[in-house]
Design a binder for this molecule. Structure first.
Ligand code: F6R
Length: 608
């Protein structure tokens, strides 16, 4: 979603801001802009579309200033337009701000400011921030911003500059991430460390209700009670090279191919073979409490939600926990009884998803133990959970989540194994899970060698406008995730369904123009899946099956088959989703879609 970058130092700000914006592009956006302070003036450039459009617009304007802020906007309040793009200014054009999040009371504030003769030039909620700063500004931006945020309700990560405050960038956070990058005689602000890694690996993350003032001569951090804070500098790994596509045409394809490594990273050092159990250091501080938990509620969104649905089958296979899975945005509307016996597990790649954060807050209020499985180290969710496990999958840049899904399934398996071994799960059963987990990277590699075959099938199916994806048990969430992958990047309508539900409605859609992707594993659901496929064939539906390598019956029934190796039923989804990711990828490529940045989508969804 929206991205922020800010700079103050000896270098010209504009090229650094543009470069930072390019590194934030993967988050998804529809307009971009930057403001540079120079003399006692602010210069603004804004454009609808890509950062390259902004860059073109800025070619004729060198803007030599050494301090500035920039933004990629994903429209919430007001359509994507130049006026609505950030940075926003006050009436005097001395104040400029960029904002991530939502100001919930902006209409009241706007009314008040209009009554005080402020003139607004956008439809956004964010613009009120600039006008409030104007109201409160006497001599310093820090105090004016401090007073401003006391008036704001909602979530925000804000960076502000003032034409009269020489080379100063002031930032503040509540619910929307913002970090400081520390250089040599220069400082950076950003909503995401990836934007800063070429410049510095020294990062300070602000917590909610903290603000920082950056100036080439130094920085200080305060809370909103105006008290100074000392915060540790973290050294972020030099992962900038991962921001490179490394010869792949898209990040999504690169990340699909990174899955063997991401899966290995998820279990490396976490398996104790001699005891048939896993070891998850991040859960140790809460292990005593976790052993007594009776109910587990998994909360997450999108692909992470489907991983959660898979997680339910995994926990039910290995442990005695009662498991519920909730879409995070619906969690607060449920009247779920929660107490010390309940653990709530949040799954999130970004660790910044606003709906998931809101669900965690709700669960905390009710006294549940809060756990997380998060990929981005130090992210918001990682900070507010009681304990958790990192995926260590490396950054995911493609908007369509791929390697995190399979990594999440592996981490969930390790968690279920850990808890299960304190319950009824035997050493032999635990050992079988460990052996199967260890084989996964090789098995995924084998699927990836089938790329040309999958590409050919995708080409044949690219002409259809609707798809049904079906599976049973462990493969029902795989059907949902396969359909999501296809719809989000190729804009083709696709529905994921439990195969048994087909006859209760969706079968009426089936004809020769409505193909079905059937995920058929050799488990207890096999015969029933074959019957469902026959029902589709009887109605002239085309069927593509994802099936086991040694399944001899499937080829005679289906029009096309993609083969995958076999593993334990609870881990089969890790393998079955891989060809479906490639299938969606190639269909989107044949259709000429913008695969890494699908329309209307954002990588990190920081609004509820
Ligand atoms: C789909 C996708 C989204 C995310 C969802 C949750 O490919 O990427 O559905 O899975 O927005 O994001 P995280 O996992 O960052 O909480």
């Amino acid at each position: 979603m929206c991205g922020i970058i800010g700079y103050c130092g000896a270098r010209a700000a504009k090229p650094i801001l543009l470069d930072g914006l390019k590194r934030l592009e993967y988050r998804g956006y529809d307009s971009a802009g930057l403001a540079v302070a120079e003399g006692n003036q602010l210069n603004l450039i804004r454009a609808v579309g890509k950062v390259s459009d902004l860059e073109k617009k800025g070619i004729a304007r060198p803007l030599p200033g050494h301090c500035g802020i920039a933004h990629t906007r994903w429209a919430t309040h007001g359509r994507p337009s130049e006026e609505n793009a950030h940075p926003h200014c006050d009436c005097t054009r001395k104040v400029s701000i960029v904002h991530n999040g939502i100001i919930e009371n902006y209409l009241d504030l706007k009314e008040e400011l209009l009554a005080r003769k402020h003139v607004f030039s956008s439809e956004t909620d964010s613009e009120v921030i600039a006008h409030l700063i104007e109201e409160y500004f006497e001599a310093d931006l820090e105090t004016a911003l401090l007073k401003t945020v006391q008036r704001l309700e909602g979530t925000f990560g804000i960076a502000a500059i003032h034409a009269d405050c020489d080379r100063q960038v002031v930032i503040v956070r509540r619910g929307s991430p913002i970090i400081i990058g520390i250089g040599e005689g220069e400082y950076f602000a950003a909503s995401d460390a990836n934007a800063l890694l070429p410049y510095t690996q020294k990062i300070i993350s602000l917590n909610d209700d903290e603000m920082a003032v950056l100036h080439p001569s130094g920085y200080h951090i305060k809370n909103l009670n105006n008290e100074f804070l000392q915060k540790e500098i973290e050294i972020r790994e030099g992962r900038d090279e991962q921001a490179d596509k490394k010869g792949f045409e898209h990040f999504m394809l690169k990340e699909i191919f990174e899955q063997p490594q991401a899966i290995e990273n998820a279990f490396r050092g976490r398996l104790i073979e001699s005891e048939g159990v896993s070891k998850l250091g991040g859960l140790e501080p809460v292990m005593e409490r976790l052993k007594n938990v009776k109910k587990l509620v998994i909360v997450s969104c999108g692909t992470s939600y489907y991983a959660g649905l898979c997680g339910r089958y995994i926990f039910e296979s290995l442990s005695e926990l009662h498991v519920e899975v909730e879409v995070a945005s619906e969690f607060r509307y449920r009247k779920l009884k929660m107490d010390g016996d309940t653990a709530v597990l949040a799954l999130s790649q970004s660790g910044e998803t606003a709906d998931t954060i809101a669900a965690i807050r709700e669960a905390k209020r009710k006294g549940a133990l809060i756990l997380g499985v998060v990929n981005v180290v130090g992210s918001g969710i990682a900070q507010i959970t009681d304990a958790g496990v990192y995926n260590h999958a490396g950054p995911e840049f493609g908007v369509a989540s791929t390697k995190i899904y399979t990594s999440q399934l592996v981490v969930l398996t390790l968690m279920a194994l850990l808890i299960g071994r304190y319950q009824g799960l035997s050493f032999t059963e635990g050992s079988a899970v460990i052996q199967a987990v260890k084989k996964l990277p090789r098995q995924v590699k084998r699927i990836l060698t089938d790329i040309e075959h999958i590409k050919k099938i995708a080409q044949e199916y690219a002409r259809y406008e609707d798809f049904l994806f079906i599976g049973r048990q462990h493969n029902f969430p795989t059907a949902m995730e396969g359909a999501l992958k296809l719809k989000e990047i190729s804009y083709i309508h696709a529905e994921g369904y439990p195969a048994g539900e087909m006859k209760h409605g969706p079968i009426s859609l089936i004809d020769e123009n409505f193909p079905t992707v059937a995920i058929v594993s050799q488990d207890s659901t096999f015969d029933k899946m074959l019957s469902n496929i026959q029902e589709i064939k009887a109605r002239n539906g085309r069927v593509l099956a994802v099936a086991s390598e040694d399944d001899e019956r499937i080829a005679g029934l289906c029009d096309d088959v993609i083969r995958v190796p076999e593993t334990l039923p609870l881990l089969q989804p890790v393998l079955n989703i891989v060809p479906l990711q490639l299938f969606a990828y190639f269909i989107a490529r044949f259709k000429g879609c913008d695969i890494d940045k699908p329309r209307n989508l954002a990588k990190s969804v920081t609004v509820e």
